[in-house]
Design a protein around this ligand. Structure first.
Ligand SMILES: N[C@@H](CCC(=O)N[C@@H](CS)C(=O)NCC(=O)O)C(=O)O
Length: 342
């Protein structure tokens, strides 16, 4: 028996060493990588996940530009498994994150780079999503940046961008979704993820469950801080829409800034917290702007048509947990007792 156990352990360690040597992860520079050429069938190809915020952004952009592309869905642990850490995906992006846009076989990393690249390389008939005027283009870029998910630890940069507040406001939904993922799949992340704290967070959420989220001080703090900073970013957006009269961030012109923000509003819908930020009497211009974004065909094509069943079930579970637990409700409304620092 002891020999069998020893052999099993030795075989597992050998497998892990072998796999690790074939699943090397490292950070990658943003933008177009001309020196890398991947196999491709279509001029544009997109590696993405139906639930991922950044993937949605690039999908909305491709839909707005009407760019035909091959689609490769990559699972993340929230939607089922760590396919983003598989050998085949790490060959596309050794950083192990989605989305990756590929043009003529060359990958473009970082979604905010991808949307700019797509806008600059769309056909002559495509809608212009970047203004010609340099000052206006700079203004657009500032709003793109303010919606981007930046850095390895976005929770640490919530004051910089509304995009970085998104992981914090999604914690309850993550917790609801991870409940249906078998625990052994999370271990794949512990073995191979470049950023071990990410699978560690999922493992903790899996073990504790949604109902004990409020008792987890770091989680409650991250949620509180994300909510409070999101309010500040949305105040700035309300002022911008008031200043230029809308209907879009730059006024009359629909641009990459709007492409970048629609996905944030969609996450509020999924995470069942839209009312916290855009409820009655709260920021009427932003609420109307959100409705206009949702009415565009790019929203239906790039977001609604990709809805993942795990997300829909997670949202429902979250609603039920909130209905049953006033403390959780208060925490997710930003009025709980454990709050993040501004
Ligand atoms: N700054 C990057 C963020 C990429 C990123 O973190 N993607 C997330 C989904 S939105 C991901 O792939 N997470 C998988 C993981 O870390 O396991 C971008 O804008 O593309």
């Amino acid at each position: 028996m002891a020999t069998l156990i020893f052999l099993l352990i030795a075989a597992s360690i050998a497998w892990w060493i072998w796999e690790r040597s074939h699943r090397r992860t490292h950070s990658v520079p943003p933008g177009l990588q001309e020196k890398i050429t991947l196999p491709f069938d279509k001029e544009f190809e997109l590696y993405h996940n139906s639930f991922s915020l950044c993937s949605k952004k690039t999908r909305v952009c491709l839909a707005e530009l009407d760019i035909d592309h091959a689609s490769h869905h990559i699972d993340l642990i929230e939607t089922g498994s760590y396919e983003n850490l598989s050998r085949h995906f790490l060959a596309v992006n050794p950083q192990g994150v989605v989305p990756v846009l590929v043009h003529h076989g060359h990958p473009i990393y970082e979604s905010h780079e991808q949307i700019r690249y797509a806008a600059d390389h769309a056909g002559a008939d495509a809608e212009a999503l970047v203004p010609d005027d340099a000052a206006l283009a700079d203004e657009m870029q500032a709003w793109v940046d303010r919606a981007s998910l930046i850095g390895d630890d976005p929770i640490a940069e919530v004051s910089v961008s509304a995009g970085n507040c998104v992981p914090g406001i999604t914690i309850p939904l993550f917790s609801a979704m991870i409940a249906e993922i078998p625990i052994h799949r999370i271990f794949v992340g512990l073995l191979f993820h470049r950023l071990k704290e990410r699978p560690m967070i999922f493992l903790t959420m899996k073990i504790l469950g949604l109902r004990r989220l409020g008792g987890m001080k770091p989680a409650a703090k991250a949620i509180g801080s994300a909510i409070r900073h999101m309010h500040l970013h949305l105040d700035a957006l309300e002022s911008q829409l008031e200043k230029n009269g809308g209907p879009w961030i730059l006024g009359d012109m629909f641009s990459l800034a709007d492409v970048s923000w629609v996905v944030i509003f969609d996450r509020m819908r999924e995470a069942d917290c839209a009312e916290v930020f855009l409820g009655p009497e709260l920021r009427p211009r932003v609420a109307a702007y959100r409705d206009r974004l949702f009415a565009r065909s790019s929203y239906a094509k790039a977001i609604w048509n990709h809805e993942h069943p795990t997300v829909a079930r997670g949202t429902q579970k979250l609603r039920e947990a909130k209905a049953a637990d006033p403390a959780l409700r208060a925490l997710l409304a930003g009025t709980g007792t454990t709050q993040g620092d501004l």
